[in-house]
Design a binder for this molecule. Structure first.
Ligand SMILES: Nc1ncnc2c1ncn2[C@@H]1O[C@H](COP(=O)(O)OP(=O)(O)OP(=O)(O)O)[C@@H](O)[C@H]1O
Ligand SMILES: [Mg+2]
Length: 251
């Protein structure tokens, strides 16, 4: 079994005294596609933000590549951040920069590569997500699906061993979404990149998820973990069953 690269131990998140989730523990192994799922407002994005140290945990801890995320500071923190790529739910491209310049931003911040090499890396990454021809376009001049893919290209700029993607395929047409799934799977299998992906697209979860974790608002925590295909067949939890079988919950 591949080594564990992320450990989340007894993590709790709260805002202004309101607990979003607690007692969340799991690990992510090298090269796997780990899916975080759950209803809207269950805390998926919040969990992601705690995992990368954007929010401070109200209890517990997150360790990435041997470093406790909430405890590292200064150059050690920068070194850790260099090794993770993040694509936000909103895409968050810089509107005044074209796609190539967007992908170059992390390279400018975190590498000593000369300008021409940064351009070359950006060109390669955009090509990887099928945007080779759109490098000089501004975010306002591309479709939503293209913006998502550009966000992934930017997250991959530094070849991070771990990529966090928050709803990469939400709002995409099924064909673009399937293409994105294929790209994620290819990167995981061929490059050994580890993925933590937030999504509630059932098809996508079953297609790419090696293991998943399901958060629930009412339970304020984890209600299922494991192989999504097994959960679909075997879970007896009403919310988990309802999700995987697309059934409405009984009142
Ligand atoms: N910065 C914040 N301050 C206060 N409350 C927050 C903050 N961020 C998230 N929350 C609350 O935490 C809960 C979980 O939000 P979160 O965005 O993590 O949900 P989600 O599972 O990602 O939902 P969605 O599927 O809609 O993206 C919500 O009730 C939200 O209002
Ligand atoms: Mg979210």
């Amino acid at each position: 079994m591949a080594e564990s690269v992320i450990q989340v131990e007894d993590l709790a998140a709260s805002f202004g005294g309101r607990t979003i989730f607690e007692h969340v523990s799991f690990e992510v192994r090298r090269g796997e596609i780990f899916v975080i799922l759950g209803g809207s407002g269950s805390g998926k994005s919040t969990l992601l933000k705690h995992m990368i140290g954007l929010y401070r945990a109200s209890a517990g801890k997150v360790v990435i590549l041997g470093q406790e995320v909430g405890a590292v500071e200064g150059s050690a923190r920068r070194a850790l951040l260099r090794r993770i790529g993040v694509m936000w739910q909103s895409g968050a491209l810089f509107g005044s920069l074209d796609l190539m310049e967007n992908v170059m931003v992390p390279l400018e911040e975190h590498s000593d590569l000369p300008e021409e090499a940064r351009r070359e890396v950006a060109r390669v990454k955009l090509g990887l997500v099928g945007l080779g021809d759109a490098a000089r376009r501004l975010p306002a001049e591309i479709s939503g699906g293209m913006a998502k893919r550009a966000g992934i290209a930017r997250a991959m700029a530094l070849d991070p061993p771990i990529l966090f993607l928050d709803e990469p395929s939400a709002g995409l047409d099924p064909i673009t979404s399937a293409g994105l799934d294929r790209l994620i799977k290819q990167l995981a299998r061929e490059m050994g990149t580890t993925f933590v992906v937030v999504t509630h697209e059932l098809q996508s979860i079953l297609a790419i998820g090696d293991r998943c974790l399901m958060l629930d608002k009412t339970a304020k925590g984890v209600i299922a973990t494991g192989d999504p295909r097994k959960l679909r067949e075997e879970s007896t939890h009403p919310t988990v069953r309802a999700f995987f079988r697309r059934e409405a919950m009984e009142e």
